[in-house]
Design a protein around this ligand. Structure first.
Ligand code: ATP
Ligand code: MG
Length: 456
């Protein structure tokens, strides 16, 4: 409801601004150096919607005589009636000056110095206005490598990525400052890069992925000149560090809009940058329907878990992204004559190795991925005490959820999934019963050591 009201308020603001530009409500807009200032009564942002820690930082900066603005996603999301993920602050105070104002502040970053002000769970990021400068160092590719020339708000705005991310909320008079027609693009649902697109992507190729992330998250369109250079400049993304790409992939897939984000990434042909092994199979005619349905279910589940405030981990997601590449590799190795267990070992090592070259997935996460995978095989073997051991595995719940999704796209897994559902629900006696019945049905008696070793 609040969202809807704010959206209405935004549209009202735009209409007033348009009328203002035609002359009838000119007093609504006070122009200074090419910026549009939208006064408090003409926009929907109220201080009540801004977190206490962010307000504290804004006021302390202002009271110390500095300019202090909320900027970026915080302003954009509040104008859209959405709840911001975080609040970023921009100021003319230098990082060292900001640090002096707060006991709980930490200077971070080398390429880009920032201050993090910590309040229990919350971290407020404070950035000093920056300007473009001839002495700003760029590599021959156009990549920005040194970016610490301080400036004014008029300089800072042109270095931000998209017009809708370049709106500033001024704590001194509660106005919103718009240099780039960001308000108009917000109303039009448009992601538009600031400046010359190819220059901006060469400075930082990750902006291409950010464009996609915001389009998916906000349900916006990418402006034609904003996406036009994607195919030509995509190769620059392969030079970005795998650590930064991993961080970005977390924002892409664990931000609550993974299903749409994946569809956009696929549409603009960026999957190979992040998930090269999966990308190879995405157009496989035989797998196509099953694989796309599997991914859709996984991504939709991830998004709804986030909406319900349930925990999500990259482990489950990567186990899913790489499951079909794994199965495919196992089949290849088996066809080459490797025994099933060795084929599995070789396949998982190969698939993970290729993946971590693209994204620096932390070790604890790849270990978890392997556990979920190996439990898929272990869950199929339920004779004797095996099922009782498997259910005690710390990763069992994730592995079982994974099996349920597999069963939704592959009917041959359904019997196994139902068996585990019954086993989880049963008491001790019921579990014994299930194992005995299953052994009888499959004609398995207690196996000899020789038979067991053959199975492995
Ligand atoms: P959200 O926090 O909802 O993901 P956001 O727009 O706040 O979105 P952040 O990554 O928090 O994104 O960055 C804050 C702001 O800093 C952005 O809105 C943008 O103005 C600027 N910014 C961030 N990364 C870049 C970049 N790579 N190039 C240019 N500007 C950037
Ligand atoms: Mg932000």
């Amino acid at each position: 409801m609040t969202g809807w009201l704010s959206a209405v308020a935004l549209i009202t603001t735009i209409k007033k601004l348009w009328r203002g530009q035609k002359g009838s409500a000119r007093s609504a807009i006070k122009k200074s150096s090419s910026a549009t200032h939208i006064p408090r009564d003409k926009h929907a942002i109220s201080r009540k919607q801004i977190s206490q820690p962010a307000l504290k930082v804004l006021y302390r900066l202002k009271d110390a005589g500095y300019d202090a603005y909320l900027v970026g996603g915080g302003v954009r999301d509040l104008l859209l009636g959405r709840e911001p993920k975080d609040f970023d602050i921009a100021t003319n105070a230098k990082p060292e000056e900001v640090k002096q104002l707060f006991r709980n502040a930490l200077l971070i970053g080398r390429r880009f110095k920032l201050v993090h002000v910590r309040f229990y769970q919350d971290i407020i990021e404070v950035a000093t206005f920056r300007r473009d400068n001839d002495s700003v160092t760029t590599k021959e590719t156009g990549l920005l490598v040194n970016d610490n020339q301080y400036g004014t708000i008029d300089d800072d705005v042109w270095r931000r990525d998209f017009t809708v991310n370049a709106l500033y909320y001024n704590i001194a008079d509660f106005s919103v400052v718009d240099y780039t027609n960001g308000i108009q693009d917000l109303a039009a649902g448009l992601i538009k890069i600031i400046g010359e697109p190819s220059v901006r992507y060469r400075e930082d190729p990750v902006r291409m992925l950010r464009a996609i992330r915001f389009a998916a998250k906000l349900g916006f369109r990418l402006d034609e000149p904003t996406h036009q250079p994607f195919s030509e400049l995509k190769p620059l993304l392969f030079q970005v560090s795998s650590a930064r790409l991993f961080d970005e992939s977390m924002k892409l897939f664990l931000g609550g809009f993974a299903e749409d984000t994946f569809a956009h990434l696929h549409q603009y042909d960026f999957i190979d940058v992040l998930l090269p092994e999966l990308n190879i199979l995405l157009n496989d005619a035989e797998l196509h329907q099953e694989l796309h349905l599997f991914l859709k279910i996984v991504l939709r589940n991830t998004d709804s878990r986030i909406r319900e405030d349930k925990p999500v981990t990259p482990t489950f997601l990567f186990a899913a992204f790489l499951w079909y590449p794994l199965v495919n590799a196992v089949q290849r190795f088996e066809a080459d004559g490797l025994k099933p267990f060795l084929a599995y070992q070789q396949a998982h090592a190969d698939v993970i190795k290729a993946q971590v070259k693209a994204l620096a997935i932390p070790r604890r996460c790849t270990t978890g991925v392997q556990e979920i995978w190996s439990l898929q095989w272990q869950m199929a073997k339920r004779q004797g005490r095996r099922a009782f051991r498997v259910i005690e595995h710390p990763r069992f719940r994730a592995a079982y959820d994974f099996l349920l999704i597999r069963a939704q796209v592959d009917p041959s897994c359904q019997v196994l999934a139902d068996w585990w559902t019954a086993f989880i629900a049963a008491d001790a006696e019921g579990r014994e019963d299930l194992v005995t019945k299953m052994a009888k049905r499959s004609g398995t008696k207690t196996k000899t050591r020789k038979q067991k070793s053959h199975e492995r």
